[in-house]
Structure formats: structure tokens, C-alpha cells
Design a protein around this ligand. Sequence first.
Ligand code: FAD
Length: 526
Amino acid sequence: MSPTTMIAFIERFVHENDLDSIQELEAKEEDDILVLFKGMELQGTVEYGFNGSAGKDFGGMQSSKPLAVIKPADKEDVAKVIRIASRLQHLTVAARGNGHSVNGQAMAHRGFVVDMKSMESKIEVAPTGTYADVSGGALWEEVLKRCVLSHGLAPRSWTDYLGLTVGGTLSNAGVSGQTFIYGPQTENVTELEVVTGKGDVTVCSRTQNSELFFSVLGGLGQFGIITRARVLLQPAPNLVRWTRVVYSEFSEFSRDAELLVTQAEGDSFDYVEGFVFVNSDDSVNGWPSVPLDANRPFDPTCIPRTAGPVLYCLEVALHHRKDDRRSAVGMRVERLLGQLSFCKDLRFEVDVSYMEFLLRVKRAEEEAKASGIWDAPHPWLNIFVSKRDIADFDRVVFKNILKHGVGGPMLVYPLLRSKWDIRTSIVLPEAEDDVFYIIALLRFYLPFPRGLSVEEMIAQNQEIIRCCNTNGFDFKLYLPHYNSKEGWKQHFGNQWTRFQEKKACFDPKAILAPGQKIFPKNWQLS
Ligand code: FAD
């Protein structure tokens, strides 16, 4: 079959809805796609068939049947795949990082999935030690290990969990306890190499092709596939003093958290996060989720009698070096904690290596894999809420809807708008206050009778969003997911027109990231 006939064939396949035709086509398609890809002379490999991991994601709630999964050898392969897709009316291309989205964002039903993680992971530290050039499919944990072990250097801004790809988190934001100092990960890259939706390989930065650079950061994969990122580095510490302190009142928790994130640079902790937990002995949602050391359990007699159904934990960390005097580190921690008004005797502390601290969620992953809950569905919900509404959010959501927990962490901590460049594609709450909060409801499915069913968890998420809307809260979804154009229009608000213009410029046929369900293929013609 010639490439032209092949294109006509695939064209029929990808928009064919008749079951018999699909089965007939499915039976033939493997050989035929082979012909098409042979014409492309890819250096990498192509896998056919519909049941691999590329049709699933961490959310475990959606599945799809890609036409083929491409394991590219280099950026040229990525460009070739996009170019061939642009010749086919209905074919789409999804870059897949580590597939840790929860709503099918990295899927391409009857399209091509480009498995970025299979590209050789290059992590090249510059001789100056100020940055590393890292491939888009590299995992952050690979970046950590290479930079720290070989060079004593480390990126400045992280996510909590590092089994995520560089391209995947840069397409969203990349948020963790260092964000209040350095901004999200999108603020900590100075150059990107991107294959646009037109199949052009382009290097961009704040000064070179800046429109593409800012569009791609937080761009939900809509404008191009990131094949390389230049990540800023700094000297890595050896050790981390990791502390958790408990509050019974949200007002005190938020006041202290905001105090820490707004102190002058270098005058605070190196990491500030927080979470809500249930005021009970529930082993997953309650008091036992707080201690850092098995030898220092949670003493519930220290909880004030006035405490409500949930409590709050501020989690902080201070970096130090092996040769720092322990007493000096202790004094700095005491000075910082001395300003705070947490519950006396509900303080937990350990010293761990820097690597151990950054890989802390990996240990949770290993445990969850062993118990089977890692691979169960995860209806996660992440929201940015403005400071104006955070106390009301606590009252109506944490103390009421979520008073029994979510079977996993319920993160809540402040971030600073001034650390986020407004030229990226990321959408934040509208109020002008510098402080806003991230809420992450990291649900784990605990089988009946311990937890909610998946449907109930999804319904609870919807109830929370409804509640935010009816109360007029100023909020935006982080890692957003909508099924309708109206939903996306509302999400982007006054940035919607601009977002469409950027799409028209860099991916005019809407080939890329179809799993985000923002633009149908050839949306401008429809
Ligand atoms: P995928 O899920 O594979 O892809 C996400 C989107 O980006 C898709 O639309 C995809 O097409 C696109 N994409 C992927 N690679 C590229 C590329 N190279 N170029 C362009 N587009 C691309 N987020 C935080 O901010 N902070 C956290 O602490 C955090 N912790 C998490 C912990 C866990 C256990 C999980 C499952 C998720 C967590 N996340 C966190 C969310 C995470 O950042 C996003 O889900 C991210 O998209 C996942 O990265 P990934 O590499 O798996 O991307």
C-alpha cells in the first residue's frame, strides 16, 4: 500500500464509528500502519495494539485505544510523527510523560501516543554548574540523582513526587514546598526545545521565540512537545531538618504559614507545606498520619478541647550541610518555630539526607504498590483558592464535606502570585492578593467499608466544585479537566481568546494533546 492509500485508510479508521468496520479495520491496521511508519524512516520504534499502558493513566478512570505508540529516538522522530498526523484529517498526537495524569490528559484515542520516557534520557550539567540540559521525557528523580550524585547540584523547585517527567510537569506548573521561594518549576527553566504542532523544532527562551516559550509553560501540551529543558541548578545541601507541627485552629495555621512564606528570602525555611487531617485515630486519615518517626507517636491528649473534626499540620524543612554545627542548625530552627503558635508538644522532627527528603513520596509509593492501592483509581482534585476565600473553604469543605478525610493527603499551603510569571499559560485565581493557596485532595481508594466508592469520590469532588461556585469563591482548578468548551472558556476567563490565538499560531490543526479535550481536531474549520 502506498503512503497515500495508507493515509486514506487511516483516515477512515480514525473517524469510523461502525463496529463491523472498526473490527475489520483493526484486523488489518497493524500491517498497514507499518507501511506508513516505514515511509517515515523513524530512528525509534512503533508499537501497535490497543491494550498497553499508553491507554491508561494514574487516574485509572479513563481508558483509550491509541492507533500506535511511538517510542521516538530523538526530536526528529517527534517532528516526523507530528508532520504525518497533520496530513490526516482526524489524527491526533499525545505526548505521554509518565502517564500520571488522572483524567486521560496524556491519551490519544485512535491517535498516536509519543512515549517521551522511552527517548534516551539526557541530563547534561553545564561546566558553570548553573543549569542542566535535560530531555523532556526524563523523570525528575533521574535529574535529582544525576545532579546530586555526580555534581553536588540540584534543581531549585520540585514536585512532591518525582516519578513525573520534566515535560509533563512543565506543561502544568510543578508545585511543591519550595514554590514560595523560587516559583513553580515553570519559573526555573531558561530555555526549551519544542516541536510545535506544525512539526517545527524550535529553541525558545524569555528572549528568543518568547511567545512559544511562555505558551508552552503551563500550556497543557497544547502548543508543542518539549524535547529538552534547561533547568536552573544550585548547590545541593546534604541534610534536611524536617519538622511537622500541629494546629487545632485554621486561622492560626494559615497565619503562621503565610508568615513563613512572606518572610524575606533566606530568612525562612527552605520548604513550607501543610495538610489537613482528621481529628481521630483513623490510621490513614487521622493522627497516625502525622509523626515522622515511629518512636515518637502522636499524643492526642495534647489536642485542645476546643478542636473540631479536623486538625492542621504545618510541614517545614531547613537545608543544612554535614559540616554545619548541629547547635547552629537547631538554633535557626528554634528561632523560626519560636514565631509560631502551634499546639505545644505536637511537634515532630527528624534529620534526613537531602535525597531521602526529596524521595519521600517514593517510599509511600512502594507501600501503596505493596497494598494494591497505588494501581486503584485516583479521582484527585487540585484547586488554587485565593486568600480571600480560604477560611470559608476550610469551613465548608474541610470541616464539613471532608471531615472524614479522602483516604490520602489533603494538602493546603500558601503560594505567592509574585513568583509566577503572568506570561505563561498557567491560570491563577483572579483576586490580586499576593497569597493564594493550593489544595490537593490526593484520594486513595480504600475498599469498602473503609472508604467511599470511586463514584462517591467523584460525586464529592463535584460537590466541592459546586460549593466553591455557589459560595462565589475565587478559585481555579490546577491540572484542570473539563468535558465542554464552556468549561474551558470559564476556566481561562479573559485569557481564553489569547489561548485560542496561541493555539492557532503553534498548532493550527489541533493535533496535540487531544486528551485535554480543549480543541477538537481542525477546530478552526468546525
Ligand atoms: P503525563 O500525565 O504523561 O502528561 C500530562 C500532560 O502533559 C498531557 O497532556 C501530555 O500530553 C502533556 N505532556 C507530557 N509530556 C510532554 C512533553 N514532553 N511536552 C509537552 N507536553 C507533554 N504536580 C505538582 O505540581 N506537584 C506535585 O507535588 C505533584 N505530585 C504528584 C504526585 C503523584 C503521585 C501524581 C500521580 C501526580 C502528581 N502531580 C503533582 C501532578 C503531575 O505534575 C501531573 O499529573 C503531570 O502532568 C504528570 O507528569 P507526567 O510526566 O506523568 O505527564
